[in-house]
Design a protein around this ligand. Structure first.
Ligand SMILES: [Zn+2]
Length: 464
């Protein structure tokens, strides 16, 4: 018995210190782990350069609690700008997220802007101090790194434009920018944005922008040219653009036969409705139209670098224009002119000739869209003619081409018909510039195309 007891005692004497050491080691490792890893970290969404663009910092608390943050930009001559974290929190620019991530966005701060402008082109230091606590410690984290300041936007110069557009027509502006321009575009003030064609030279970039103000004059008779560098430094200039109102858009009343419109509705939505209401008409004429036009806009917004078209655009042979661009249509049910059902603009021209007439591509280009049933547009083909110009052919009965086909004025695209929201056999012909519908009539006029598109384009390419 006593021997056994002695053995037990011996064991206790041998192992207890090891157990204590092990526990102490585990405690030490745990505390060290807390010390090393349970501390906040800052992630700056800028690399080496700071600009006037937004300045985003993500702060991760990581099992710690931040008590105070001090972030400052320090110039070579020891001047500094201190970010006011409290006001950012008050302005909701600092948002607490689920994963304890705190996001700071520094915007429109006059003091910051003047500090950065003073140090444009210089190196500055970004220094931060965060006091925090975790399970065991109360500490301060200090770190700093270098940043280059670049708050100079690109320069725009040598601006040339003939300064006018026809209603629904094309305008152009040519200019140069400094080489740091990364994103250059034009705004017409009516929601249209037009990207520039660019040729890179040794010391500058040559730009040409074709634009339209759509069926109304540009907002305040002005266009804005905007150029941004890689950091988002932005410059904006404006130019006066006179709109020549050489035509008056027409207004027409359309009286719908309930039986015929019900058949169209059922054809387009593949349904068998019989009691047709105003709501049904709005579903077709407003909702479906908007869906179709948004889709067409997305297809025709891209700008392909190569100009494929030349000479005037070809119209449907021996046809007459039965409906104009920008015609404002007011819809009523037949025998009820007291209730306006809807009002819509017509974003193309309707060309009528013989039934199931051959439709040729208006110019050289590439087929970018073929749809047998595109809502109110029915059978549709869209051709990309390059440098932002597109043509659309709608209500087609048959289609002879496929997406990707290269076409010219001799290529038959299909035949006219009444597919979609059309009653009599006709071709709906649309021309788009970077997603915005323009008046196709001007594309059938050689002189107009020369002045507004080919001459400026030749001059732009010739400077190459
Ligand atoms: Zn039409």
């Amino acid at each position: 018995m006593s021997a056994k007891k002695r053995v037990f005692t011996n064991k206790k004497v041998n192992y207890l210190p090891r157990a204590v050491i092990t526990i102490l080691l585990i405690v030490f490792l745990y505390v060290s782990y807390i010390f090393i890893f349970h501390k906040p970290s800052l992630n700056f969404e800028i690399k080496n350069v700071i600009s006037l663009n937004e300045f985003v910092i993500s702060i991760f608390e990581k099992n710690s609690r931040i008590k105070n943050i001090d972030i400052r930009l320090i110039s070579k001559d020891k001047n500094f700008y201190k970010f006011n974290i409290d006001s950012l929190i008050a302005n909701h620019e600092l948002q607490e997220l689920n994963d304890k991530k705190l996001k700071l966005i520094f915007n429109n701060d006059e003091e910051a802007i003047s500090f950065l402008k003073k140090n444009d082109g210089e190196k500055i230091i970004l220094k931060y101090e965060i006091s925090y606590e975790n399970l065991f410690f109360d500490r301060i984290l200090i770190n700093e790194f270098d940043l280059n300041v670049d708050v100079s936007p690109p320069k725009i110069f040598d601006v040339r434009t003939d300064g006018y557009v026809y209603l629904g027509g094309i305008g152009y502006v040519a200019f140069k920018t400094s080489k740091d321009a990364k994103n250059t575009y034009l705004e017409n003030g009516n929601g249209g944005i037009f990207k520039s064609l660019e040729i890179k030279k040794n010391d500058y970039i040559d730009h040409l922008i074709f634009f339209t103000c759509s069926n109304i004059p540009c907002k305040q008779n002005k266009i804005k040219i905007i150029s941004e560098d890689m950091l988002g430094n932005k410059v904006q200039i404006s130019r006066k653009i006179k709109t020549i109102k050489n035509k008056k858009w027409s207004n027409i009343k359309i009286f719908l036969d309930k039986g015929m419109i019900t058949d169209k509705y059922n054809e387009i939505f593949n349904s068998n409705l019989d009691d047709f209401t105003k709501e049904d008409f709005l579903k077709l004429n407003k909702e479906e139209r908007l869906i179709n036009e948004t889709y067409i806009n997305s297809v025709t917004s891209k700008i392909s670098a190569k100009k494929l078209f030349d000479g005037k655009f070809k119209s449907l042979a021996n046809s007459k224009v039965s409906s104009e661009y920008s015609e404002l249509r007011t819809y009523y049910f037949k025998n009820d002119d007291s209730t306006i059902l809807d009002k819509q603009y017509h974003w193309g021209i309707d060309l009528s000739s013989v039934k199931n007439d051959n439709v040729y591509s208006a110019n050289r280009g590439q087929v970018v869209l073929v749809e047998k049933t595109l809502g109110i547009y029915g059978g549709v083909v869209i051709i990309d003619h390059g440098i932002g110009f597109y043509t659309l052919y709608s209500h087609l009965d048959t289609i002879n081409v496929n997406k990707g086909d290269n076409v010219d004025k001799q290529t038959s695209l299909g035949t006219t018909g009444t597919s979609g929201f059309a009653f009599g056999d006709h071709l709906h012909f649309g021309v788009f510039l970077q997603g915005t519908p323009v008046d196709p009539i001007e594309f059938l006029d050689k002189k107009y195309l020369g002045i507004k598109i080919f001459d400026p384009y030749l001059k732009f390419k010739g400077e190459d």
